[in-house]
Design a protein around this ligand. Structure first.
Ligand code: BG6
Length: 278
């Protein structure tokens, strides 16, 4: 079944958005990009995700905020010809199935195609989203070709915070690569706070990272990843980005469940990247 009693499709500017509203939670998923835009569990009524007030819904450019799906590469492609973070975040997805149960609403989506310039693997890609007391996101990549293939990917989640200057993270340790410092390696601070542009690939398979935001905590549970990426563009970059307001860096923080080191998939193999937001 494509729609259930808990789901409806609305239109926002040029894109269609699946709204899910059940006894446990509310969520929105843009069919452009398979891009989750909102998650509010009903037990506390707190929106977990951040979407830019200047986000562009033209069905061409990836939406700024929510949960962009980065696939089949993460960050820059090794060739300059191709844009960052792969190509499925800016293409049409469709609903394969949705189902209500006592756990919430489970929605399965797929992109129009997984083929694109810059990637020659033959891979099936499926996103499943369970909207319940928590939000469970699974990105399943299956090698349907006859040779090994390699992918990178990320659930590039933008979390809402009330003030980045009063926010800290826990659950990370070990080394990180700092993109703002030519990918030099540094030790993760024990008191992880924010006071500058932050763009870090933590090569640490943290199973739980917590965002401490004044009075609230948001937990990010990850599986199937090799890295956690932490990003805040800070002021100068926010000003330079057309789809961000000048001061919007103050109210967001990306904590991304990512594969950055290349996941080899042998023929028939399935890889699942999972993020649970609590
Ligand atoms: C992060 C990268 O994952 O995504 C940053 O580490 C990048 O370097 C950010 O700036 C946003 O990327 P984009 O392509 O959505 O502007």
């Amino acid at each position: 079944m494509l729609l259930t009693n808990s789901t409806q499709i609305i239109t926002r500017k040029s894109i269609q958005v699946l709204q899910i509203d059940n006894a446990l939670g509310f969520a929105e998923i843009a069919l452009f990009g398979g891009h989750i835009l909102s998650f509010t569990p009903k037990h506390d009524g707190r929106e977990r995700l951040w979407v830019s007030e200047n986000a562009i819904y033209d069905g061409k450019k990836a939406i700024r905020g929510g949960v962009p799906i980065c696939w089949p590469w993460f960050g820059d492609h090794k060739s300059d010809e191709f844009g960052a973070h792969g190509y499925v975040r800016d293409q049409a997805w469709h609903i394969v199935q949705s189902q209500d149960s006592e756990l919430g609403t489970l929605v399965t989506l797929q992109p129009a195609t997984t083929q694109g310039p810059g990637f020659d693997g033959q891979t099936e890609l499926t996103l499943t989203v369970l909207v319940g007391k928590t939000l469970t996101i699974q990105l399943n990549s299956k090698n349907i070709g006859e040779t090994n293939t390699s992918i990178n990917c990320a659930l590039h989640t933008y979390f809402a915070v009330s003030d980045i200057n009063q926010t800290h993270l826990s659950g990370l340790q070990g080394k990180y690569l700092d993109k703002t410092r030519d990918f030099d390696s540094f030790d993760t601070p024990s008191n992880y706070q924010f006071n500058e542009e932050t763009d870090r690939v933590h090569l640490f398979k943290a199973s739980e990272v917590t965002i401490h935001d004044q009075q609230t905590e948001t937990s990010v549970l990850s599986e199937g990843h090799d890295s956690i990426v932490v990003w805040n563009p800070w002021q100068e970059k926010s000003i330079s980005m057309a789809d961000m307001a000048d001061d919007s860096y103050l109210t967001m923080l990306c904590v991304e469940t990512a594969v950055t080191q290349g996941q080899i998939l042998s023929p028939g193999q399935v890889h699942t990247l999972q993020q649970i937001i609590r």
